[in-house]
Design a protein around this ligand. Sequence first.
Ligand code: PHE
Length: 344
Amino acid sequence: MRERLEALRDEALAKVAVAKDVKALQDVRVAYLGKKGPITEVLRGMGKLSAEERPVIGQMANDVRDAIKVQVELKEKELEAAAIEKQLANESIDVTLPGRPVQGGSTHPLTQVVEEVEEAFLGLGFSVAEGPEVEVDYYNFEALNLPKDHPARDMQDSFYFTEELLLRTHTSPVQARTMELHKGKGPVKVICPGKVFRRDDDDATHSHQFMQIEGLFVDENVRMSDLKGVLEQFAKSFFGEDRQIRLRPSFFPFTEPSVEVDVSCGMCGGKGCRVCKQSGWIEVLGAGMVHPRVLEMSGFDSTKYSGFAFGMGVERLAMLKYDIDDIRHFYTNDIRFLAQFKRV
Ligand code: PHE
């Protein structure tokens, strides 16, 4: 029996030594140490042994079992460590590889122009005011000296929700709203950027929705020369130091006198070219001295206060500045177009 146990031990340890994976190791353990294994069998046959031999063989059987158990456990740890090593080797990552670049977005060119105009006017002491895009007839027209049935309403074909409610056709209603808030006390010095809407057939230069920036300055002794100075300053900062402006008489119901403001053509420097239609000048905005009736309607004493207002199209400014030939580029959001306006 002694030899049999020693043979079993050597046999089992040899198999443990060559086991290639945890599964093979488990098979060895079950085969030798399991309930139906040879060692259990030896222990079961102990009854047949003599009284002296029984403890000796019993002790030996236990030793053999423990020896196999210990080796199986050692081998198991070894195999597990090897498996982890292998996994680490296979799944290693090269931390020195360059990363994939993240595609950064950019501000829409119209937003950029609005921000640039805002900055120019903030520098001149203006602040920014906003108003609703769905406007009441009173602020969009009446408070701007455009009573119901006034023919000048035709200049701005409109989208109405009801008789009294419409999509604003210009940013001028924000003038009236802002003056009202000041309760007859100057100075009022704001610019008002925002979306406006007019019934129009869309083409390369027209859109039923576009953006405007309105400007308003009301105080004592505000004169036409102040308007000219502010706009000249703006034209130079937005388009370039070498630009000039000129004022031409025009008409708006809410300003008197009213002017159309041209800026000298940046393409030819004023000599005349295709861009300025040989005139040397490009029209950029409408302006004028706030009509006394508009001041009065919004709560200002027109004998004490005067003011100027102007309004310009953001798309038009952007098209002139960046030589863009179709207003629709701003709304179709082709990434190839937008990506050209990335600020660095
Ligand atoms: N609201 C006018 C327009 O949309 C522009 C303008 C504003 C003209 C302020 C004069 C003064 O055409």
